[in-house]
Write a protein of this length. Structure first.
Length: 537
Protein backbone atom coordinates (compact mmCIF):
# COMPACT_ATOMS: atom_id res chain seq x y z
CA UNK A 1 0.00 0.00 0.00
CA UNK A 2 1.38 3.41 -1.00
CA UNK A 3 2.55 5.66 1.78
CA UNK A 4 1.49 9.31 1.55
CA UNK A 5 3.91 12.20 1.43
CA UNK A 6 2.78 13.38 4.89
CA UNK A 7 3.42 9.94 6.38
CA UNK A 8 6.89 9.80 4.77
CA UNK A 9 7.64 13.25 6.08
CA UNK A 10 6.52 12.23 9.56
CA UNK A 11 8.84 9.22 9.47
CA UNK A 12 11.75 11.32 8.27
CA UNK A 13 12.06 9.36 5.03
CA UNK A 14 13.46 11.17 1.98
CA UNK A 15 11.29 11.78 -1.07
CA UNK A 16 12.49 12.37 -4.63
CA UNK A 17 13.40 15.93 -5.48
CA UNK A 18 11.01 17.60 -7.91
CA UNK A 19 12.10 18.70 -11.39
CA UNK A 20 10.33 20.83 -13.99
CA UNK A 21 11.98 21.20 -17.42
CA UNK A 22 10.82 23.78 -19.97
CA UNK A 23 12.21 23.59 -23.52
CA UNK A 24 12.10 25.57 -26.73
CA UNK A 25 12.52 23.52 -29.92
CA UNK A 26 12.21 24.34 -33.65
CA UNK A 27 8.77 23.63 -35.07
CA UNK A 28 8.16 22.85 -38.73
CA UNK A 29 10.55 24.05 -41.42
CA UNK A 30 13.70 25.73 -40.07
CA UNK A 31 13.25 28.63 -42.49
CA UNK A 32 9.84 29.41 -40.98
CA UNK A 33 11.38 30.29 -37.60
CA UNK A 34 8.51 28.85 -35.54
CA UNK A 35 9.26 27.31 -32.13
CA UNK A 36 7.49 24.88 -29.78
CA UNK A 37 7.34 25.30 -25.99
CA UNK A 38 7.11 22.05 -24.03
CA UNK A 39 7.14 21.27 -20.31
CA UNK A 40 8.10 18.02 -18.60
CA UNK A 41 4.90 18.08 -16.55
CA UNK A 42 2.25 16.02 -18.40
CA UNK A 43 -0.47 18.48 -17.35
CA UNK A 44 1.20 21.30 -19.30
CA UNK A 45 0.24 21.19 -23.01
CA UNK A 46 2.71 22.11 -25.73
CA UNK A 47 2.51 25.64 -27.15
CA UNK A 48 3.57 26.80 -30.63
CA UNK A 49 4.76 30.27 -31.54
CA UNK A 50 4.88 31.00 -35.29
CA UNK A 51 6.15 34.53 -34.60
CA UNK A 52 9.58 33.23 -33.57
CA UNK A 53 12.05 32.58 -30.75
CA UNK A 54 11.62 35.89 -28.94
CA UNK A 55 7.93 35.27 -28.29
CA UNK A 56 8.64 31.66 -27.29
CA UNK A 57 11.35 32.71 -24.83
CA UNK A 58 9.05 35.28 -23.23
CA UNK A 59 6.35 32.63 -22.82
CA UNK A 60 8.88 30.16 -21.40
CA UNK A 61 9.97 32.62 -18.69
CA UNK A 62 6.33 33.22 -17.84
CA UNK A 63 5.74 29.46 -17.63
CA UNK A 64 8.74 29.06 -15.29
CA UNK A 65 7.40 31.82 -13.03
CA UNK A 66 4.00 30.09 -12.99
CA UNK A 67 5.56 26.89 -11.64
CA UNK A 68 7.61 28.89 -9.12
CA UNK A 69 4.43 30.54 -7.85
CA UNK A 70 2.81 27.14 -7.34
CA UNK A 71 5.89 25.89 -5.49
CA UNK A 72 5.69 28.96 -3.25
CA UNK A 73 2.01 28.30 -2.55
CA UNK A 74 2.94 24.74 -1.50
CA UNK A 75 5.53 25.89 0.99
CA UNK A 76 8.69 26.05 -1.12
CA UNK A 77 11.42 23.42 -1.24
CA UNK A 78 11.05 20.39 1.02
CA UNK A 79 13.78 19.71 3.53
CA UNK A 80 13.29 15.95 3.37
CA UNK A 81 13.62 15.80 -0.45
CA UNK A 82 16.60 14.05 -2.02
CA UNK A 83 18.87 15.85 -4.47
CA UNK A 84 17.38 15.79 -7.98
CA UNK A 85 20.84 16.39 -9.44
CA UNK A 86 22.14 13.26 -7.73
CA UNK A 87 19.18 11.32 -9.18
CA UNK A 88 20.33 12.51 -12.62
CA UNK A 89 23.79 11.07 -11.93
CA UNK A 90 25.08 14.58 -11.26
CA UNK A 91 25.05 15.20 -15.03
CA UNK A 92 24.00 18.84 -14.51
CA UNK A 93 27.46 19.85 -13.37
CA UNK A 94 31.00 18.72 -13.99
CA UNK A 95 32.87 17.34 -10.97
CA UNK A 96 35.87 19.16 -9.62
CA UNK A 97 39.34 18.00 -10.74
CA UNK A 98 40.33 14.95 -8.74
CA UNK A 99 36.76 13.71 -8.28
CA UNK A 100 34.88 10.96 -10.07
CA UNK A 101 31.23 10.33 -10.86
CA UNK A 102 28.68 11.71 -8.41
CA UNK A 103 31.38 14.11 -7.20
CA UNK A 104 33.11 11.45 -5.09
CA UNK A 105 36.88 11.58 -4.60
CA UNK A 106 38.68 9.39 -7.15
CA UNK A 107 40.51 7.65 -4.36
CA UNK A 108 37.18 6.37 -3.00
CA UNK A 109 37.68 8.01 0.42
CA UNK A 110 35.26 10.45 1.93
CA UNK A 111 31.54 11.10 1.66
CA UNK A 112 29.66 11.85 -1.56
CA UNK A 113 29.78 15.39 -2.85
CA UNK A 114 26.03 15.96 -2.34
CA UNK A 115 25.40 17.75 0.92
CA UNK A 116 23.99 20.80 2.62
CA UNK A 117 20.36 21.89 2.85
CA UNK A 118 17.82 21.36 0.06
CA UNK A 119 17.45 24.43 -2.15
CA UNK A 120 15.08 25.43 -4.91
CA UNK A 121 17.07 26.31 -8.05
CA UNK A 122 16.38 27.64 -11.52
CA UNK A 123 18.79 26.90 -14.36
CA UNK A 124 18.71 28.67 -17.73
CA UNK A 125 21.14 27.77 -20.49
CA UNK A 126 22.96 30.57 -22.27
CA UNK A 127 21.31 29.78 -25.62
CA UNK A 128 17.87 30.55 -24.19
CA UNK A 129 16.45 27.14 -25.09
CA UNK A 130 16.23 25.26 -21.78
CA UNK A 131 15.00 26.15 -18.26
CA UNK A 132 14.98 23.77 -15.29
CA UNK A 133 13.43 24.13 -11.83
CA UNK A 134 14.75 21.55 -9.35
CA UNK A 135 15.09 20.69 -5.69
CA UNK A 136 18.79 19.95 -5.20
CA UNK A 137 21.35 19.98 -2.47
CA UNK A 138 23.27 23.20 -1.87
CA UNK A 139 26.56 21.72 -3.09
CA UNK A 140 25.16 20.59 -6.46
CA UNK A 141 23.55 23.99 -6.88
CA UNK A 142 26.90 25.65 -6.28
CA UNK A 143 28.59 23.34 -8.78
CA UNK A 144 26.07 23.95 -11.60
CA UNK A 145 26.93 26.86 -13.93
CA UNK A 146 24.16 29.36 -14.77
CA UNK A 147 22.11 28.12 -11.81
CA UNK A 148 20.20 30.51 -9.48
CA UNK A 149 19.20 29.55 -5.91
CA UNK A 150 15.74 30.93 -5.06
CA UNK A 151 14.96 29.47 -1.64
CA UNK A 152 16.43 27.18 1.01
CA UNK A 153 14.47 24.54 2.93
CA UNK A 154 14.63 24.09 6.69
CA UNK A 155 16.35 20.92 7.96
CA UNK A 156 13.96 17.94 8.24
CA UNK A 157 14.43 17.62 12.03
CA UNK A 158 13.19 21.17 12.64
CA UNK A 159 10.52 21.28 9.96
CA UNK A 160 7.94 19.56 12.19
CA UNK A 161 8.43 21.99 15.08
CA UNK A 162 9.14 25.33 13.38
CA UNK A 163 6.39 27.15 11.54
CA UNK A 164 7.09 27.31 7.79
CA UNK A 165 7.02 30.72 6.14
CA UNK A 166 5.30 30.51 2.74
CA UNK A 167 7.80 30.82 -0.09
CA UNK A 168 7.52 34.08 -1.99
CA UNK A 169 10.71 33.99 -3.99
CA UNK A 170 13.94 35.91 -3.34
CA UNK A 171 13.61 39.48 -2.24
CA UNK A 172 14.91 42.43 -4.21
CA UNK A 173 16.83 45.19 -2.39
CA UNK A 174 13.70 47.36 -2.13
CA UNK A 175 11.75 44.56 -0.40
CA UNK A 176 9.51 43.63 -3.33
CA UNK A 177 9.20 40.06 -4.61
CA UNK A 178 11.67 39.34 -7.46
CA UNK A 179 10.31 37.24 -10.32
CA UNK A 180 12.59 35.02 -12.38
CA UNK A 181 14.00 36.51 -15.59
CA UNK A 182 16.23 35.10 -18.30
CA UNK A 183 18.28 38.31 -18.28
CA UNK A 184 21.57 37.94 -16.44
CA UNK A 185 20.80 34.49 -15.11
CA UNK A 186 24.44 33.47 -15.54
CA UNK A 187 25.40 35.35 -12.37
CA UNK A 188 23.12 34.18 -9.52
CA UNK A 189 22.24 36.55 -6.75
CA UNK A 190 23.16 35.51 -3.19
CA UNK A 191 20.25 34.26 -1.09
CA UNK A 192 20.03 34.98 2.66
CA UNK A 193 20.27 31.73 4.61
CA UNK A 194 17.17 30.36 6.29
CA UNK A 195 17.55 30.18 10.08
CA UNK A 196 19.01 26.84 11.07
CA UNK A 197 19.74 25.86 7.50
CA UNK A 198 23.39 26.87 7.35
CA UNK A 199 25.00 28.89 4.59
CA UNK A 200 24.45 28.08 0.95
CA UNK A 201 27.53 28.07 -1.31
CA UNK A 202 27.52 30.48 -4.22
CA UNK A 203 26.89 28.90 -7.63
CA UNK A 204 29.77 28.65 -10.03
CA UNK A 205 29.78 30.68 -13.20
CA UNK A 206 30.08 29.05 -16.61
CA UNK A 207 33.43 30.72 -17.24
CA UNK A 208 35.70 30.62 -14.19
CA UNK A 209 38.36 33.28 -13.85
CA UNK A 210 41.36 32.63 -16.02
CA UNK A 211 44.75 34.10 -16.41
CA UNK A 212 44.65 37.44 -18.20
CA UNK A 213 47.20 36.08 -20.67
CA UNK A 214 45.61 35.80 -24.12
CA UNK A 215 45.66 32.32 -25.61
CA UNK A 216 47.43 31.82 -28.91
CA UNK A 217 45.14 31.35 -31.91
CA UNK A 218 44.70 27.77 -33.09
CA UNK A 219 44.59 26.64 -36.69
CA UNK A 220 44.27 23.64 -38.98
CA UNK A 221 45.79 22.83 -42.37
CA UNK A 222 45.72 19.64 -44.46
CA UNK A 223 43.74 17.85 -41.73
CA UNK A 224 46.51 18.67 -39.23
CA UNK A 225 46.14 20.80 -36.12
CA UNK A 226 48.87 23.41 -35.80
CA UNK A 227 50.43 23.02 -32.31
CA UNK A 228 50.00 26.11 -30.15
CA UNK A 229 53.58 25.82 -28.93
CA UNK A 230 55.19 25.35 -32.37
CA UNK A 231 58.38 27.33 -32.82
CA UNK A 232 59.36 29.55 -34.48
CA UNK A 233 56.21 31.57 -34.00
CA UNK A 234 56.40 32.90 -37.57
CA UNK A 235 56.02 29.34 -38.86
CA UNK A 236 52.97 28.73 -36.67
CA UNK A 237 51.32 31.94 -37.93
CA UNK A 238 52.14 31.07 -41.56
CA UNK A 239 50.54 27.61 -41.21
CA UNK A 240 47.40 29.09 -39.67
CA UNK A 241 47.14 31.74 -42.40
CA UNK A 242 47.68 29.10 -45.10
CA UNK A 243 44.88 26.93 -43.73
CA UNK A 244 42.52 29.91 -43.76
CA UNK A 245 43.67 30.84 -47.29
CA UNK A 246 42.97 27.34 -48.67
CA UNK A 247 39.51 27.32 -47.10
CA UNK A 248 38.80 30.77 -48.54
CA UNK A 249 39.92 29.55 -51.97
CA UNK A 250 37.46 26.64 -51.82
CA UNK A 251 34.64 29.17 -51.34
CA UNK A 252 35.58 31.14 -54.47
CA UNK A 253 32.90 31.09 -57.20
CA UNK A 254 35.54 30.76 -59.95
CA UNK A 255 38.94 28.99 -59.89
CA UNK A 256 42.17 30.97 -60.03
CA UNK A 257 44.92 28.49 -60.88
CA UNK A 258 47.70 31.07 -60.55
CA UNK A 259 46.60 31.83 -56.98
CA UNK A 260 46.25 28.11 -56.20
CA UNK A 261 49.78 27.42 -57.44
CA UNK A 262 51.10 30.17 -55.18
CA UNK A 263 49.28 28.66 -52.19
CA UNK A 264 50.82 25.25 -52.93
CA UNK A 265 54.26 26.86 -53.11
CA UNK A 266 53.77 28.47 -49.71
CA UNK A 267 52.52 25.19 -48.29
CA UNK A 268 55.58 23.33 -49.62
CA UNK A 269 57.97 25.81 -47.99
CA UNK A 270 56.05 25.87 -44.69
CA UNK A 271 55.77 22.08 -44.42
CA UNK A 272 59.43 21.64 -45.29
CA UNK A 273 60.38 23.94 -42.40
CA UNK A 274 57.86 22.21 -40.12
CA UNK A 275 59.43 18.84 -40.96
CA UNK A 276 62.90 20.22 -40.26
CA UNK A 277 61.82 21.58 -36.86
CA UNK A 278 59.98 18.45 -35.70
CA UNK A 279 61.85 15.72 -37.61
CA UNK A 280 58.53 14.30 -38.88
CA UNK A 281 59.01 12.42 -42.18
CA UNK A 282 55.28 12.64 -42.96
CA UNK A 283 55.54 16.41 -43.07
CA UNK A 284 58.40 16.14 -45.54
CA UNK A 285 56.25 13.93 -47.79
CA UNK A 286 53.44 16.47 -47.55
CA UNK A 287 55.86 19.22 -48.63
CA UNK A 288 56.92 17.18 -51.67
CA UNK A 289 53.30 16.59 -52.65
CA UNK A 290 52.66 20.32 -52.39
CA UNK A 291 55.62 21.01 -54.72
CA UNK A 292 54.21 18.61 -57.32
CA UNK A 293 50.74 20.12 -56.93
CA UNK A 294 52.14 23.60 -57.56
CA UNK A 295 53.91 22.47 -60.75
CA UNK A 296 50.82 20.62 -62.03
CA UNK A 297 48.61 23.61 -61.32
CA UNK A 298 50.95 25.90 -63.25
CA UNK A 299 50.89 23.53 -66.23
CA UNK A 300 47.11 23.46 -66.14
CA UNK A 301 47.05 27.24 -66.05
CA UNK A 302 49.47 27.40 -69.00
CA UNK A 303 47.27 25.08 -71.05
CA UNK A 304 44.17 27.04 -70.16
CA UNK A 305 45.58 30.51 -70.88
CA UNK A 306 47.90 29.60 -73.72
CA UNK A 307 50.84 31.26 -71.99
CA UNK A 308 53.99 29.14 -71.65
CA UNK A 309 55.55 28.63 -68.26
CA UNK A 310 57.97 31.42 -67.53
CA UNK A 311 55.81 34.50 -68.11
CA UNK A 312 53.49 36.27 -70.51
CA UNK A 313 56.04 38.84 -71.76
CA UNK A 314 53.50 41.53 -70.98
CA UNK A 315 50.81 40.04 -73.25
CA UNK A 316 47.33 39.20 -71.90
CA UNK A 317 46.57 35.47 -71.65
CA UNK A 318 44.29 33.77 -74.15
CA UNK A 319 41.55 31.44 -72.91
CA UNK A 320 41.73 28.18 -74.89
CA UNK A 321 38.76 25.97 -75.69
CA UNK A 322 40.85 22.79 -75.35
CA UNK A 323 42.81 22.47 -72.10
CA UNK A 324 44.90 19.88 -70.28
CA UNK A 325 45.23 16.65 -72.29
CA UNK A 326 42.39 17.50 -74.66
CA UNK A 327 44.68 18.88 -77.43
CA UNK A 328 46.58 15.55 -77.49
CA UNK A 329 43.30 13.63 -77.83
CA UNK A 330 42.18 15.97 -80.63
CA UNK A 331 45.38 15.31 -82.58
CA UNK A 332 44.90 11.55 -82.02
CA UNK A 333 41.47 11.79 -83.66
CA UNK A 334 42.93 13.68 -86.64
CA UNK A 335 45.63 11.00 -87.09
CA UNK A 336 42.95 8.30 -86.91
CA UNK A 337 40.98 9.99 -89.70
CA UNK A 338 44.11 10.45 -91.82
CA UNK A 339 44.91 6.71 -91.69
CA UNK A 340 41.44 5.13 -91.50
CA UNK A 341 39.28 7.20 -93.86
CA UNK A 342 37.95 4.79 -96.56
CA UNK A 343 37.84 7.41 -99.33
CA UNK A 344 40.64 9.73 -100.44
CA UNK A 345 38.69 12.94 -100.99
CA UNK A 346 38.28 16.03 -98.75
CA UNK A 347 34.50 15.74 -98.40
CA UNK A 348 34.76 12.12 -97.24
CA UNK A 349 37.55 12.99 -94.77
CA UNK A 350 35.46 15.81 -93.31
CA UNK A 351 32.40 13.55 -92.92
CA UNK A 352 34.52 10.79 -91.36
CA UNK A 353 36.03 13.25 -88.88
CA UNK A 354 32.75 14.77 -87.71
CA UNK A 355 30.93 11.40 -87.50
CA UNK A 356 33.88 9.85 -85.64
CA UNK A 357 33.73 12.58 -83.01
CA UNK A 358 30.01 11.93 -82.55
CA UNK A 359 30.40 8.13 -82.31
CA UNK A 360 33.77 7.81 -80.53
CA UNK A 361 32.32 6.36 -77.31
CA UNK A 362 29.30 4.23 -78.32
CA UNK A 363 29.82 3.59 -82.03
CA UNK A 364 26.64 5.45 -83.01
CA UNK A 365 26.33 9.08 -84.07
CA UNK A 366 23.08 11.04 -83.78
CA UNK A 367 22.92 13.48 -86.69
CA UNK A 368 20.30 15.62 -88.40
CA UNK A 369 19.96 16.78 -91.98
CA UNK A 370 21.07 20.23 -90.89
CA UNK A 371 24.34 18.78 -89.52
CA UNK A 372 25.15 16.96 -92.75
CA UNK A 373 24.33 19.86 -95.08
CA UNK A 374 26.30 22.22 -92.83
CA UNK A 375 29.39 20.02 -93.18
CA UNK A 376 29.07 18.94 -96.83
CA UNK A 377 26.57 21.30 -98.48
CA UNK A 378 25.47 19.72 -101.77
CA UNK A 379 27.75 16.68 -101.41
CA UNK A 380 26.04 15.22 -98.34
CA UNK A 381 23.91 12.65 -100.17
CA UNK A 382 26.75 11.43 -102.38
CA UNK A 383 29.26 11.12 -99.55
CA UNK A 384 26.87 9.21 -97.28
CA UNK A 385 26.08 6.70 -100.00
CA UNK A 386 29.78 6.17 -100.77
CA UNK A 387 30.68 5.66 -97.10
CA UNK A 388 27.83 3.17 -96.77
CA UNK A 389 29.00 1.28 -99.88
CA UNK A 390 32.48 0.85 -98.39
CA UNK A 391 31.00 -0.65 -95.22
CA UNK A 392 32.55 2.02 -92.99
CA UNK A 393 29.06 3.40 -92.20
CA UNK A 394 25.73 1.63 -91.63
CA UNK A 395 22.56 3.57 -92.44
CA UNK A 396 19.30 2.68 -90.66
CA UNK A 397 17.19 4.16 -93.47
CA UNK A 398 17.52 5.83 -96.85
CA UNK A 399 19.79 8.82 -97.38
CA UNK A 400 16.89 11.21 -98.30
CA UNK A 401 15.15 10.33 -95.03
CA UNK A 402 18.36 10.95 -93.11
CA UNK A 403 18.77 14.36 -94.74
CA UNK A 404 15.16 15.17 -93.83
CA UNK A 405 15.60 14.35 -90.10
CA UNK A 406 14.87 17.19 -87.72
CA UNK A 407 16.69 18.19 -84.48
CA UNK A 408 13.84 16.76 -82.38
CA UNK A 409 14.17 13.38 -84.15
CA UNK A 410 17.83 12.76 -85.16
CA UNK A 411 19.00 9.66 -86.99
CA UNK A 412 21.46 7.24 -85.37
CA UNK A 413 24.22 6.25 -87.79
CA UNK A 414 26.44 3.29 -86.86
CA UNK A 415 30.21 3.07 -87.36
CA UNK A 416 31.10 -0.64 -86.89
CA UNK A 417 34.80 -0.01 -86.20
CA UNK A 418 33.90 2.12 -83.17
CA UNK A 419 31.36 -0.21 -81.51
CA UNK A 420 32.24 -1.10 -77.88
CA UNK A 421 32.24 -4.87 -78.52
CA UNK A 422 35.36 -4.61 -80.70
CA UNK A 423 38.82 -3.08 -80.28
CA UNK A 424 38.61 0.59 -79.38
CA UNK A 425 40.89 2.75 -81.56
CA UNK A 426 39.95 5.87 -79.56
CA UNK A 427 39.62 6.19 -75.78
CA UNK A 428 37.87 9.47 -75.07
CA UNK A 429 36.10 10.39 -71.85
CA UNK A 430 32.63 11.84 -71.95
CA UNK A 431 33.73 15.42 -71.30
CA UNK A 432 36.77 15.19 -73.59
CA UNK A 433 34.73 13.81 -76.50
CA UNK A 434 32.11 16.53 -76.10
CA UNK A 435 34.74 19.29 -75.87
CA UNK A 436 36.68 18.10 -78.95
CA UNK A 437 33.47 17.69 -80.96
CA UNK A 438 32.46 21.25 -80.07
CA UNK A 439 35.94 22.50 -80.98
CA UNK A 440 35.75 20.87 -84.43
CA UNK A 441 32.24 22.19 -85.03
CA UNK A 442 33.32 25.74 -84.14
CA UNK A 443 36.30 25.51 -86.50
CA UNK A 444 34.56 24.13 -89.60
CA UNK A 445 31.62 26.45 -88.96
CA UNK A 446 33.74 29.57 -88.43
CA UNK A 447 31.80 32.65 -89.47
CA UNK A 448 34.32 34.04 -91.94
CA UNK A 449 35.14 30.61 -93.39
CA UNK A 450 31.43 30.00 -93.88
CA UNK A 451 30.93 33.46 -95.37
CA UNK A 452 33.73 32.84 -97.89
CA UNK A 453 32.12 29.47 -98.74
CA UNK A 454 35.46 27.71 -98.52
CA UNK A 455 35.51 24.07 -99.69
CA UNK A 456 35.84 21.03 -97.43
CA UNK A 457 39.61 20.86 -98.02
CA UNK A 458 40.12 24.40 -96.70
CA UNK A 459 38.06 23.63 -93.60
CA UNK A 460 40.10 20.47 -92.99
CA UNK A 461 43.25 22.57 -93.30
CA UNK A 462 41.84 25.04 -90.77
CA UNK A 463 41.28 22.16 -88.34
CA UNK A 464 44.76 20.75 -88.84
CA UNK A 465 46.51 24.10 -88.38
CA UNK A 466 44.45 24.86 -85.24
CA UNK A 467 45.39 21.47 -83.78
CA UNK A 468 49.14 22.04 -84.24
CA UNK A 469 50.02 25.46 -82.80
CA UNK A 470 52.32 26.86 -80.15
CA UNK A 471 51.31 29.35 -77.45
CA UNK A 472 51.98 32.28 -79.76
CA UNK A 473 49.86 30.80 -82.57
CA UNK A 474 52.74 29.74 -84.84
CA UNK A 475 52.34 26.40 -86.61
CA UNK A 476 54.28 23.46 -85.23
CA UNK A 477 56.92 23.31 -82.55
CA UNK A 478 59.76 25.86 -82.63
CA UNK A 479 62.33 23.14 -83.32
CA UNK A 480 60.29 21.74 -86.25
CA UNK A 481 59.90 25.06 -88.12
CA UNK A 482 56.33 24.47 -89.23
CA UNK A 483 54.28 21.40 -90.20
CA UNK A 484 55.14 18.51 -92.47
CA UNK A 485 53.57 19.26 -95.83
CA UNK A 486 53.08 15.56 -96.61
CA UNK A 487 51.12 14.92 -93.40
CA UNK A 488 49.00 18.01 -93.95
CA UNK A 489 48.24 16.92 -97.53
CA UNK A 490 47.37 13.35 -96.40
CA UNK A 491 44.88 14.60 -93.80
CA UNK A 492 43.21 17.05 -96.19
CA UNK A 493 43.22 14.53 -99.12
CA UNK A 494 45.18 16.99 -101.25
CA UNK A 495 48.48 17.08 -103.06
CA UNK A 496 51.30 19.15 -101.49
CA UNK A 497 50.88 21.70 -104.26
CA UNK A 498 47.16 22.09 -103.50
CA UNK A 499 47.91 22.80 -99.82
CA UNK A 500 49.49 26.13 -100.76
CA UNK A 501 46.37 27.18 -102.65
CA UNK A 502 44.04 26.36 -99.76
CA UNK A 503 46.37 28.00 -97.23
CA UNK A 504 46.04 31.23 -99.21
CA UNK A 505 42.25 30.87 -98.94
CA UNK A 506 42.56 30.70 -95.15
CA UNK A 507 44.66 33.88 -95.20
CA UNK A 508 41.89 35.69 -97.08
CA UNK A 509 39.37 34.38 -94.51
CA UNK A 510 41.51 35.86 -91.69
CA UNK A 511 42.20 32.41 -90.23
CA UNK A 512 45.95 32.36 -90.95
CA UNK A 513 47.99 35.51 -90.48
CA UNK A 514 50.51 34.24 -93.01
CA UNK A 515 51.28 31.00 -94.83
CA UNK A 516 54.14 29.76 -96.98
CA UNK A 517 55.30 26.38 -98.21
CA UNK A 518 58.96 25.64 -98.81
CA UNK A 519 61.32 22.72 -98.25
CA UNK A 520 58.39 20.41 -97.56
CA UNK A 521 57.13 22.49 -94.62
CA UNK A 522 54.01 24.61 -94.06
CA UNK A 523 54.90 27.70 -92.06
CA UNK A 524 52.70 30.45 -90.71
CA UNK A 525 50.49 31.25 -87.75
CA UNK A 526 46.91 31.74 -86.62
CA UNK A 527 45.36 35.18 -86.48
CA UNK A 528 44.45 36.67 -83.14
CA UNK A 529 40.76 35.82 -83.52
CA UNK A 530 41.60 32.14 -84.12
CA UNK A 531 43.94 31.77 -81.12
CA UNK A 532 41.21 30.52 -78.68
CA UNK A 533 40.69 27.51 -80.97
CA UNK A 534 44.39 26.68 -81.07
CA UNK A 535 45.22 23.30 -79.50
CA UNK A 536 48.62 23.77 -77.89
CA UNK A 537 51.41 21.38 -78.74
Amino acid sequence: MAVGADTERARGERVAGRVWTVRLDPCGRPSAGAVKLSCSRPACPDQRFPEGTAAGRKAAVGHVNLHLARVGEGGGPRGEASCACRAADCAWHAPDPGTGRHGEPRSGAGAPRCGGPVVLTVYADRAGRLWRIAETCARCAAATPDCRVLDTAAPPDTAAHAPRTPFAGPQSPDGRTAAFSDQGCAVPAPVPPTPGAGSVPHARTASPARSPRRAKPAGKIAQRVVPHDLQPDTLRRELIELGDAFRAYQRRPEPDLALLAELHDRKARAFALWAEVTGDACLREEAERAEKAAQTTREMNAHRTGVPLGGTNGEPPVARLLTGQQPDHARAVLDHVRTEAPLAEPEAHLAVLMLTLRAARRGTANVTGQDLTGWLRDDAERVLEQLAETGWLHLPTTVPEILASRPEDPTALTIPSLLPDGPRPLTLGKTTRSRISGWAQKTVGDRKIRKKKLPAAARLLALYTAAHTGPDGHLGRPEDEGLSLDQVAAFCALTPEQVTEHADLLVTADWLAQAETADGRLRGGLTERALPLGALL
